[in-house]
Design a protein around this ligand. Structure first.
Ligand code: ZN
Length: 159
């Protein structure tokens, strides 16, 4: 079957930047998603529409079609004492917080004395991304999967 709305699609992929540097690779951990659920970058979902198992392609996504543009407002300063476990705070630490009415992932950029600079932008925001994608499987979603909005079983959600 071809990929269309509500199909469960399993893909193998890697993501490079414009210089060809590898940013992320499925690396054997295939990913499954439901077409039309918004789980993938919008441009990638669009490129996969109508494709079949075995299809392999390269998709270049501008930030707008990928993980969005960078928002400088999401770079913030916090006091080290605001962190519950201040000894754990170091560059690269990722945490989940609601600082402006929306729950986001923040990455600690730097720690200088008692000041912590954090960035709430997606690490791929503002980048043009080149996806190398292979469609491994396409099947109908079960009713339960559509109800939950995610894929069950191998490469999917476990609960
Ligand atoms: Zn579920």
């Amino acid at each position: 079957m071809t990929i269309s709305k509500d199909a469960v699609v399993t893909i193998d992929y890697d993501i490079r930047d414009e210089e060809g540097k590898l940013l992320e690779s499925a690396d054997g951990e295939l990913m499954s998603y439901i077409q039309g659920s918004g789980a993938l970058a919008p441009g990638l979902e669009k490129a996969l529409e109508g494709k079949e198992t075995g299809h392999q392609m390269e998709v270049t996504l501008a930030p707008k079609e990928g993980f969005g543009t960078r928002d400088d407002e999401l770079i913030r300063e916090m006091d080290l004492e605001d962190f519950e476990d201040s000894e754990e705070v170091s560059p690269g630490l990722v945490f989940h917080a609601d600082l402006d009415g929306e729950l986001r992932f923040y990455t600690v950029m730097s720690v200088e004395d008692d000041t912590v600079i954090i960035d709430g932008n997606h690490p791929f925001a503002g980048k043009t991304l080149i996806f190398d994608v292979t469609v491994k499987e396409v099947r109908d979603a079960t009713e339960e999967e559509l109800e939950h909005g995610h894929v069950h079983g191998e490469h999917g959600h476990h609960h």
